[in-house]
Ligand binder design. Sequence first.
Ligand SMILES: [Zn+2]
Length: 65
Amino acid sequence: MDLIWWLFLVPVVVGVIVVIVQFHRVVPVSEQQRLKDAGCCHQCGYDLQGNESGVCPECGAVIRR
Ligand SMILES: [Zn+2]
């Protein structure tokens, strides 16, 4: 393959990897916030309404209020 092709391909591949990494990092945080706002466990989505222990009975995550 020509060198000029690699000079084009490498930044594109690196860019795609960076976008994927950013996407995976951002989406779970917004999903955790949505679950927390809905009164659910940020880890497993278990409904924590009425839970007073501060620990999710489903997965054992400490509940941040
Ligand atoms: Zn949980």
